[in-house]
Structures are given as structure tokens and as C-alpha cells.
Design a protein around this ligand. Structure first.
Ligand code: NAD
Length: 492
């Protein structure tokens, strides 16, 4: 399934970019070129929007019954299952993540299509209570053409989070994958067509975010922008989308607190805290990158945490037993390393890692060691800014009030975790934390059906859940007069 070159997908056809240009996409574990990919221009975006517009305004998809759309969504899931191993292989090649991470994410992407297939059947309006003589019902209509812009950290899963609810609602799509990881989204779009999605409903434009991203965001032919990526990019998108009053959903960055109380199961908290930061090489929006440990157990917890961190295997993402794969790019390795240097300048102490791993297998590709930084204050930049790599900062706390204050002292509000055996305390803290997700004694942030999204500058709107469909639909209220006498409200 892996090809040497990939074209854009517009109106059901694979086409070159209007400029004829391509860009290269890499295997982060080797640094080698994996494939060349068409570099879309504004003209190509216009074509993609025109195709999505035509499919929305005159095509079958928005007019199809929910049951039929559901069948096609289930077909997509089925085809993804059939091609699972190859999708995993290509995802690993293009992202450098481990096979087990890719398997989990693609498994979830499949279930997302099944979730929204089930939802498509029952998606509809309500009747509302109104005074006698009137009758009101609401209709859920697709919001229109959706521009969907996704990041590189979960290439296929993010594509599924965007495409599946849009399709279930009857929308049409112009998808822009991250230029670092465009391949599996293109393959997914092909599978959608094979599964019965009509041409023009899903269009994929690959290329530079800074060149075509703003054009998508401002495009008058697009009704809604759904974006996942950095908070700064999200702010730009929100401002640009305002010009045409587009619907916007933003899934942005995070600096999620991971709170370990003295009454927790220490072993479980150690394992969960390692997974919470180093899964996906720390390149997760909800990575628990600020670790708060109660002072009473700090020494014991940290000695086990450091001992187990040293057992994490970094390396070839295809190798059995590897926990931490490659970093997405050399640029990202440099960002991570500069944050680690900054931490030292700020007075923090590197307790583990803090450098590129050494050895022949790391001579090629982009790598960084799992890194643990102690002696940190929550107001340091390293504790406030998203690093987006395998780096955790550790802080001690004294009591519940203090840790809640510190946990909330951030511009972000995406994930959070609490480790304690005291259920009352767990749920008190869950209530006090200003974040969209709280994990209690657990390092897993979501399953298909659970809402995923942020408070504060982590964005707004929830994905992965049934309520996501509200973000892909408009509600129309139809109010009729059904009285037997004519209504003469002016009385003339
Ligand atoms: P990014 O913002 O650099 O890029 C995301 C996408 O936007 C890419 O497709 C990119 O090409 C495009 N883009 C870049 N500039 C643009 C512009 N000016 N206008 C429109 N589009 C533009 O983010 P990234 O580095 O790809 O991804 C990492 C970020 O994503 C992290 O901040 C992470 O926390 C966030 N993220 C959030 C969630 C969530 O659900 N909250 C999930 C995954 C990742």
C-alpha cells in the first residue's frame, strides 16, 4: 500500500498539485525519505472546496438516510480492519511511533467509525412544548462544508476523529493532514471511497500549513473549521474564521497535571505516570507533563519512578519490547533539547535523560531520551509551556488545596490525573480541576464515546463523543400554527 508518491484527492480523483510540486515526507526513525507528496496550492484548495460544496449542495450524501450513511461508515471500519496491519506499518514508518501505540490508535480510529455509524441512525431533532395551537419540531441538519486541519502526533486517529462525525452528520470535508505525516489520512480517504462515500464528499489537500492553512480557514466556501494543533495556531484560526463567522472547534495544547497523593497505590502511580508522559514519545496533547508528588512519599515514589524510567527501552519502533519510539523531526528534537537547557538555566535539575540517546541505532533518525526534571517551580517556563516531547517536570506538594492551586495555575486545561485510594478526595479534586479530562487512578484519557477536549486555552468543543455531532449540525426550529381559527395578531 505504501507508494513512492501521493497525489491530492479532489472530487474522488487523485490529482497532482496545480503547481506540479511535491514535498518529501520522512521516516523519523531513520531520517530517510519515505515518499513524495503533492504540495497543494490555493488553487487546489479552491478545487477541493468547490467539489465539497457541490457534493453538499447537490449530492446524495447530505440527503441520504442516516441508516444508509451508517452502513457506509461501518463499511469504512470493516475495510480499515481488513487493512489493519498495513495501516499500522505505514503509520509507524511515517510517525516513528511504536507498533503497539499505532495498533491502539488505529484500533480506536476503527471504533470511532462504528460509534458514529450507530449515532447516524438515531441523529435527529425533537418536538418541543409550545402553547396550544402551535406545533414545534427541530431538525438536525449538517453544518455544511468542513475544513478539517490535523496534527502529526496521531495522524490516522485524528483523521478519524474529524471525518467520522462529519460524515455521520451528512457534512462534506476538505481535510488537511500535517505535512510531516500525510500518508495514512490519504489512504483512509481512499478506503472511505471504496466503502461507498460518494466523490466530492471527502477531499484531501496535503501541503504546508502556513501556506494553505490560513486560506482554508478564511475560505468563504467553508462553513466550519475543525482544528487540532498548537494553541498559537488555534488563535490564528479563530481570528481568521471570525471574518466569515465560521463555526470553529479547537483542540489545542496542554500542560496536564498528574497528581500523586501519599495514600495512592505507589506502584500503580509510578507505572501510570511513566505511561502518562512517555507514551507516544511524549507527543500527546494530554501528556501528563507536570508531575506533582506529595512530599510524604516523594523520595520513595521518585526512586521507583527513576528506576523504572531507566528500564524504558527507546529504539526501533518496529522492535518487540520498545516503549518509546522516535521524535517526529529534527526540528522537534531541537525544541525539546532547548527546553531541557532552559530548565537547567532556570535552576532545575535533570534527574534522568536530558539528551539524545547514544549508540549505533541512534545515528540516523530523530531521538530524545525520556527525561525527568526535578527541582522545578510551577512558574518556570519549563512548567508552563508545552514541550511536546518525552519530558516531565516534577514538583513536591504539601496538601490538597496547594496542589489544586498549582494544577490550575496554567493557561491550559486539557488533561489531568489523580492518584489516590481515597475516592472522596479523588472526586473532590476532579471537581476542582479546570480541565476537560480527569483520569482517576488511570493513565488512559479516552475511549470512543467519552468526550475529549479542553478548558481554557486548550480549546473548545468535544470530540470522540456523541455530543460532537452537535458541532457538525445546525438545529433548525420549525414552528407552525395549527389552531382552527386564523391568527390575527394585529387585530385588524
Ligand atoms: P500545528 O499547530 O503546528 O499544526 C497542526 C496543523 O495545522 C497541521 O496540519 C499544520 O500544517 C496546520 N497549520 C499550521 N499553521 C497553520 C495556520 N496558520 N493556519 C491553519 N493551519 C495551520 O501543530 P502540530 O505541531 O502539528 O501538533 C502538535 C500540537 O497539536 C500540540 O500543541 C498538541 O498539544 C496539539 N494537539 C492537541 C490535541 C487535542 O485534542 N487537544 C490532540 C493532538 C494534538
Amino acid at each position: 500500500m505504501l507508494k513512492e508518491s501521493y497525489q491530492l484527492l479532489i472530487n474522488g480523483k487523485h490529482v497532482d498539485a496545480s503547481s506540479g510540486e511535491f514535498f518529501e515526507t520522512y521516516n523519523p526513525a531513520t531520517g530517510e525519505v519515505l515518499a513524495k507528496v503533492a504540495k497543494a496550492t490555493r488553487e487546489d484548495v479552491d478545487q477541493a472546496v468547490a467539489a465539497a460544496r457541490a457534493a453538499f449542495e447537490g449530492g446524495k450524501w447530505p440527503r441520504m438516510t442516516g441508516a444508509k450513511r451508517a452502513r457506509i461508515l461501518n463499511n469504512i471500519a470493516e475495510l480499515m480492519r481488513k487493512n489493519f496491519d498495513e495501516l499500522v506499518r505505514i503509520e509507524v514508518l511515517n510517525s516513528g511511533k511504536t507498533v503497539s501505540a499505532a495498533k491502539g490508535q488505529i484500533g480506536q480510529a476503527i471504533e470511532d467509525f462504528e460509534l458514529y455509524a450507530a449515532a447516524a441512525i438515531t441523529l435527529g431533532g425533537e418536538t418541543k412544548p409550545v402553547p396550544n395551537g402551535f406545533f414545534n419540531y427541530t431538525v438536525k441538519e449538517p453544518v455544511g462544508v468542513c475544513g478539517q486541519i490535523i496534527p502529526w502526533n496521531y495522524p490516522l486517529m485524528m483523521a478519524a476523529w474529524k471525518i467520522a462525525p462529519a460524515l455521520a452528520a451528512g457534512c462534506t470535508v476538505v481535510l488537511k493532514p500535517a505535512s510531516l505525516t500525510p500518508i495514512t489520512a490519504l489512504i483512509l480517504a481512499d478506503l472511505c471511497h471504496k466503502a461507498g462515500v460518494p466523490e466530492g464528499v471527502i477531499n484531501v489537500v496535503t501541503g504546508s500549513g502556513s501556506e494553505i492553512g490560513p486560506y482554508i480557514t478564511e475560505h468563504p466556501g467553508i462553513d466550519k473549521v475543525a482544528f487540532t494543533g498548537e494553541t498559537e495556531t488555534g488563535k490564528d484560526i479563530m481570528a481568521r474564521a471570525a471574518k466569515t463567522v465560521k463555526r470553529v472547534t479547537l483542540e489545542l495544547g496542554g500542560k496536564s497535571p498528574n497528581i500523586v497523593f501519599d495514600d495512592c497505590d505507589i506502584e500503580a502511580a509510578v507505572d501510570g505516570s511513566l505511561y502518562g508522559i512517555f507514551y507516544n514519545t511524549g507527543q500527546s496533547c494530554e501528556a501528563r507533563s507536570r508531575l506533582f508528588v506529595h512530599e510524604k512519599i516523594y523520595d520513595e515514589f521518585m526512586s521507583r519512578f527513576l528506576e523504572k524510567a531507566a528500564r524504558l527501552r527507546v529504539g526501533d519502533p518496529f522492535a518487540e519490547g520498545v516503549h518509546v519510539g522516535a521524535v517526529i523531526s529534527e526540528g522537534q528534537v531541537k525544541v525539546i533539547d532547548s527546553y531541557v537547557r532552559l530548565a537547567v538555566e532556570e535552576g532545575a535539575e535533570i534527574l534522568y535523560g536530558g539528551k539524545r540517546p547514544e549508540g549505533p541505532e541512534f545515528e540516523r533518525g530523530f531521538w530524545y531520551m525520556p527525561t525527568i526534571i526535578g527541582n522545578v517551580r510551577n512558574d518556570m517556563r519549563v512548567a508552563q509551556e508545552e514541550i511536546f516531547g518525552p519530558v516531565v517536570v516534577v514538583m513536591k506538594f504539601r496538601d490538597e488545596d496547594e496542589v489544586i492551586r498549582l494544577a490550575n495555575d496554567t493557561i491550559y486545561g486539557l488533561g489531568s490525573a489523580v492518584w489516590t485510594k481515597d475516592h472522596a478526595k479523588a472526586h473532590r479534586v476532579a471537581a476542582a480541576i479546570r480541565a476537560g479530562i480527569v483520569m482517576v487512578n488511570c493513565p488512559i484519557s479516552a475511549f470512543p464515546g467519552t468526550p475529549f477536549g479542553g478548558y481554557k486555552q486548550s480549546g473548545f468543543g468535544r470530540e470522540l463523543a456523541l455530543e460532537t455531532l452537535d458541532l457538525y449540525t445546525e438545529t433548525k426550529s420549525v414552528l407552525s400554527y395549527i389552531g382552527s381559527r386564523p391568527l390575527n395578531l394585529f387585530g385588524i
